[in-house]
Ligand binder design. Structure first.
Ligand code: C2E
Ligand code: MG
Ligand code: MG
Length: 740
């Protein structure tokens, strides 16, 4: 042990005792190795250089660096450029211990070991043979420390002659050992730096390093890729350049507070890419502290969450929508309906099924079937105006709902739905015509909750199917019949115009004093191939609700004008003609113009024509109607109020509006001779009208006493079966011929 202890005088400032040549040699030794370290040479080459240079300073000796293996606790040769390979192999695996040679004892004792004679020194007991075999006569060994002060190995000089080290030799060994320590530590740092660099560069996560002032000093390739910037564009910038504007100042204040107080922050944040796109990311920031505890850098690591979010949204959409049609699925549709029911809204639920859909699949293939369903879904959406109101319940069965807010009544909705099927489908280019059956239930009339409503609509659909195809059935008895009728009429009317199934009949109007025919009212008829001659009361309402009245009304005007022109040519003179006009036609601002054009086109006079309007016209948008009426009057047309007494019957509007005639409704006229009240009303109306300067026409005169009574009351004109039924043009011509 005593031998192992360095002599006190030599361990303190040994360089003082070196002569200048020796000092110079040591300095050069250090410099040449440190220069190699700086130039980035490989570490093993440098350690060998440490040995070489030492050998040059100590002739007749060889240098060896052995490193301790932490796993087995043994020493292995790391570098020994001048020792033969066989000797290296024998030295490898040296067990530190009291007989383990100079190096084994360095590790065993933790101190330098200077053995002057290996053949006799007890510290070489275990290695004596090696000493003999390779003529290693003396061996001086010192510890190699790492940067943490741990012994990691030994640096030894073995002489081929027995000798004790001088001060210079000790300094040489000490210097060599510390150079080896530096080289190895540096290499380890380089390795880990390279590793960190590779991790930084190849990380999937975006990584960003800033200085203490939050200026970007490094950004990894993922970061550049995610944000769309080149690294050079980022360096020196502030991460504020990524701000999306979606977080307020309090968000960033909380982030900085967390960094200050806890040294870190993590959370979801929306940032902006260079392209301007805003996207979500998961960001973790850590403050990095220097030796004095102050923050030197911040490290930000983040994951782009946009794909995850998109996937999440896609999953959300898939879980609430039908994959084939993109319509809301059962669950979503039910939720929507239920929340509407809860709000107390009136709701119509239509359950519909494509007739014979199975044959589409069988004849055209499943892909074609899918295509039809897809197309059908799009048409249904278009006809309800809101995709949220349609659902594919299963297979070819769909649900459609309409709340009262949609202002669609059930019949209209069903008709629209049926129309969606009227256009042919063409899966794979082959035309395919389909029909559908519909079951309708309404809230609150038919059920109190969604399940019952659905049950009722489903049962109605079942009935519709059982009754044949292309049918609408209602949960409420009777409603079904009405809707079916409405549906049939609308379908028929649509075709009637193009197939010229309309006719105009005329009912003469008679002057009560002279008994002469003084005019005629044009009355529309529909010659339906299935049902024969249909009176207007059976279809005008449907025509009005579907808007078809506009085209039908235009046809009536044109036909009335054409007939009037013909009569003029036949020499019957300018027979005054009354034409019925619906409020729906009146709502169209161009109606007066349309009428005037038709009259002019046939070379007629507007004064010959009278427009019959019901009182409902005056309940409509009053200001608008006044303008339209003024337009009619200014073109010289006359105006009559039809069915007077059945509606609003306000004297005020009679006074205000420039009306020419009043037509007392049939219901009063028919009770004239028996019902005292009716008689009183008719009498009052005639007096009042006369007082306002209006003429009075009585409708529905069916017998002589009624005619007589009207005459007594001073009524001007009348029409009714007692005089003439409405007749076709030719019959009227005969009648007029007889008159003259
Ligand atoms: P309105 O304008 O009050 O026409 C008189 C209706 O009473 C006609 O029924 C006529 O046939 C019927 N009538 C006439 N005399 C008698 C009688 O002595 N006894 C009975 N029981 N009935 C009589 P029509 O032709 O069925 O027309 C019904 C309604 O349809 C008309 O009532 C009118 O409001 C409407 N209408 C008819 N043609 C047109 C048209 O071209 N356009 C529009 N918008 N509505 C029309
Ligand atoms: Mg009329
Ligand atoms: Mg009438």
């Amino acid at each position: 042990m005593r031998i192992a202890q360095p002599e006190p005088a030599e361990s303190v400032h040994p360089e003082i005792l070196l002569d200048s040549g020796e000092q110079q040699a040591i300095l050069e030794y250090q410099q040449s190795i440190l220069r190699a370290v700086l130039s980035g040479r490989d570490s093993i080459g440098m350690v060998r250089e440490v040995c070489h240079l030492a050998e040059m300073l100590l002739p007749n000796a060889v240098g060896t660096v052995m490193l301790l293996n932490r796993d087995d606790g043994k020493l292995y040769v790391h570098a020994s450029p001048s020792v033969p390979e066989v000797a290296v192999r024998r030295l490898n695996g040296l067990q530190p211990g009291p007989g383990g040679g100079s190096c084994g004892n360095v590790i065993y004792r933790g101190t330098p070991q200077f053995v002057s004679n290996t053949f006799s020194d007890p510290r070489w007991t275990d290695l004596r043979q090696i000493a003999y075999d390779f003529n290693l006569c003396a061996c001086w060994s010192v510890p190699v420390y790492d940067d943490a002060g741990e012994i990691i190995g030994t640096f030894a000089l073995s002489s081929f002659e027995p000798r004790a080290p001088g001060r210079f030799h000790r300094k040489l060994l000490e210097t060599g050992a510390s150079l080896v320590g530096i080289v190895l530590s540096h290499a380890r740092w380089q390795d880990s730096l390279r590793l960190y660099g590779r991790a930084f560069d190849s990380a999937e996560e975006g990584m960003l390093v800033t200085d203490a002032q939050a200026r970007i000093v490094e950004a990894n390739p993922s970061m550049c890729r995610i944000l769309g910037y080149a690294r050079e564009e980022l360096l020196g910038q502030s991460p504020r350049m990524f701000a999306s504007g979606m977080h307020g100042p309090e968000f960033y204040a909380a982030m900085w507070a967390s960094l200050r107080d806890g040294g870190g922050w993590s959370g979801e944040i929306w940032n902006r890419r260079k392209s301007g796109e805003v996207y979500p990311e998961w960001l973790s920031i850590k403050a990095i502290h220097g030796a004095d505890g102050s923050v030197t850098n911040y490290l930000g690591v983040f994951n782009d969450l946009s794909q995850a979010k998109a996937a999440e949204n896609a999953i959300q959409h898939l879980s609430t929508h039908d994959a084939l049609t993109g319509l809301p699925n059962r669950r979503l549709f039910r939720t929507r309906c239920e929340s509407l029911l809860e709000s107390g809204a009136k709701l119509t639920l239509v359950c519909l099924n494509i007739d014979d859909f199975r044959s589409v699949n069988e004849n055209f293939g499943l892909a074609a079937g899918d295509q039809v369903l897809h197309e059908w879904a799009a048409r249904l959406q278009a006809c309800t105006g809101d995709a949220g109101n349609v659902c594919r319940w299963n297979g070819d069965e769909f649900l459609v709902m309409a709340s009262s807010a949609a202002e669609l009544d059930a019949a209209e909705l069903c008709e629209r739905i049926a129309q969606t099927a009227e256009l042919a489908f063409d899966p794979g280019g082959r035309a395919l015509e389909l029909t559908l059956s519909q079951g309708v239930a309404q809230f609150p009339e038919d059920a109190a909750n969604f399940d019952d409503l659905l049950g009722q609509a489903g049962a109605a659909l079942h009935e519709a199917k059982a009754a044949g195809k292309n049918i609408v059935r209602y949960a409420t008895p009777g409603a079904s019949e009405r809707a079916r009728e409405h549906f049939r009429i609308a379908q028929g009317l649509r075709r009637a115009l193009s197939r010229q199934e309309f006719e105009l009949h005329y009912q003469p109007q008679v002057d009560l004093r002279s008994g002469q025919v003084v005019g005629a009212e044009a009355l529309l008829r529909w010659r339906d191939p299935e049902r024969g001659l249909v009176p207007p009361g059976a279809f005008i309402g449907v025509a009005e609700r579907t808007g078809l009245i506009v085209d039908i009304g235009a046809w009536v005007l044109d036909r009335a004008c054409a007939d009037a022109a013909r009569w003029q040519e036949l020499g019957f003179g300018r027979l005054p003609l009354s034409v019925n006009v619906s409020v729906v036609q009146m709502r169209r601002g161009d109606f007066p113009q349309l009428l005037a054009d038709a009259i002019r086109r046939h070379g007629l006079e507007p004064g010959q024509f009278e427009v019959e309007l019901t009182e409902s016209v005056f309940l409509d948008d009053a200001a608008r109607m006044r303008t339209v009426l003024a337009g009619l009057k200014s073109s010289g047309l006359r105006i009559a109020i039809d069915d007077f007494g059945t509606g609003y019957s306000s004297l005020a509007y009679l006074q205000r509006l420039d009306v020419d005639r009043l037509k007392i409704d049939r219901s009063f006229v028919m009770g004239l001779t028996e019902d005292a009240d009716a008689a009183a009303i008719v009498s009052a109306v005639i007096q009042m009208a006369h007082a306002l300067g209006l003429q009075v026409v009585a409708e529905g005169v069916e017998d002589q006493p009624t005619m007589q009574r009207l005459r007594e009351l001073g009524c001007d004109e009348a029409q009714g079966y007692w005089f003439h039924r409405p007749v076709a043009r030719d019959a009227l011509e005969l009648l007029l011929a007889g008159r003259s």
